[in-house]
Design a protein around this ligand. Structure first.
Ligand SMILES: [Fe+2]
Ligand SMILES: [Fe+2]
Length: 332
């Protein structure tokens, strides 16, 4: 990134301190996975595990596939902090940097770390999934990394994270709703609590991009259009369980079928961000900027139209075994 752009992030440090770090929750006020799990030091530990297993008995396998995929996505957190620390001007240069950007990234990671931890322990105790296959998938995924195509550029990086936090908010919100439908209120609470974190993170990241739009509208808009042209790839798109070469696509297909996260959600997020950043009302743009504005403003509508057409095309119902649920055949 050119030095003058680096300077922008330096000059925003006090702003970030006052406006972004406030979206972090102090550890003492944060929930911990243990708040939602059987307590190993209590006499009722084994009964609590029994209750947990009883509660999730009725949960269908396809729901579990989606929950496992969501959990694995959370568990690849080492990749995400690595990516955030590739971003010029905001990366943590030392590992214990006190720049507000670096403080945010470390504390964000610490908050996120509870998500995978909680879902992992829950799924382990449930006895419903093949933990060894799940763990293999996590190891493969962290070993593979990801390709968010943000090119060390914090403009692109924060647009990506804005999008992603919203996507995870939707996804965990949907699994919460479905858990309730399947009669597991505790699991609904777990997913809902995680969703609330994602929402708070979304607010912080969209606020950063809002600020960038304010001080550097042209570059921010070009970045937004660039990310949308490349399509936002999901963080766990390289997942592999040692068996299925298209595991991410298959997991996504089940998520789409259950309505946990769909192509329409993708378009809705784009629409929401366009509105959140007032993109339609941006003036004072270069010719290139105006083109980018028109592109992003009409894109959601186009995606939705394409999606409707794809839905009309009769799909052949395909089934596939998922190793995560002991190779049970699942409809995609
Ligand atoms: Fe998360
Ligand atoms: Fe998140």
């Amino acid at each position: 990134m050119p030095p003058e752009k680096m300077e922008i992030f330096k000059s925003l440090e006090t702003w970030a301190e006052d406006n972004i770090l406030v979206y972090l929750k102090p550890v003492e006020k944060s929930w911990q996975p243990q708040d939602f799990l059987p307590d190993p030091k209590s006499d009722g530990f084994y009964d609590q595990i029994k209750d947990l297993r009883e509660r999730c008995k009725e949960i269908p396998e396809d729901y579990l596939v989606v929950l496992v995929g969501d959990m694995i996505t959370e568990e690849a957190l080492p990749t995400y902090i690595t990516i955030l620390n590739t971003l010029d001007g905001v990366k943590d240069e030392t590992g214990d940097s006190t720049s507000p950007w670096a403080v945010w990234t470390k504390a964000w990671t610490a908050e996120e770390s509870r998500h995978g931890d909680l879902l992992n322990k829950y799924l382990y105790l449930s006895g419903r999934v093949d933990m060894k296959q799940v763990e293999k998938t996590i190891q493969y995924l962290i070993g593979s990394g990801m390709t968010p195509q943000i090119e060390n550029n914090p403009y692109l990086g924060f647009i990506y994270t804005s999008f992603q936090e919203r996507a995870t908010f939707i996804s965990h919100g949907s699994t919460a709703r479905l858990a309730k439908d399947h009669g597991d209120i505790k699991l609904a609470q777990i997913c809902g609590t995680i969703a609330a974190d994602e929402k708070r993170h979304e607010t912080a990241y969209t606020k950063i991009v809002e600020k960038l739009f304010e001080i550097d509208p042209d570059a921010t808009l070009l970045g937004f259009a660039d990310m949308m042209k490349k399509k936002i790839s999901m963080p766990a798109h390289l997942m592999f369980d040692g068996k299925d070469d298209n595991l991410f696509e298959h997991y996504s297909a089940v998520a789409q079928r259950l309505g946990v996260y769909t192509a329409k959600d993708y378009a809705d997020i784009l629409e929401l961000l366009v509105a959140r950043w007032n993109v339609e009302k941006l003036t004072d743009l270069s010719a290139e900027g105006r083109k980018a504005r028109d592109y992003v403003c009409s894109l959601a509508r186009r995606i939705k139209r394409l999606e409707e057409r794809a839905q009309v095309r009769a799909k052949v119902a395909q089934t596939l075994p998922f190793s995560w649920v002991f190779n049970q055949e699942m409809q995609l």
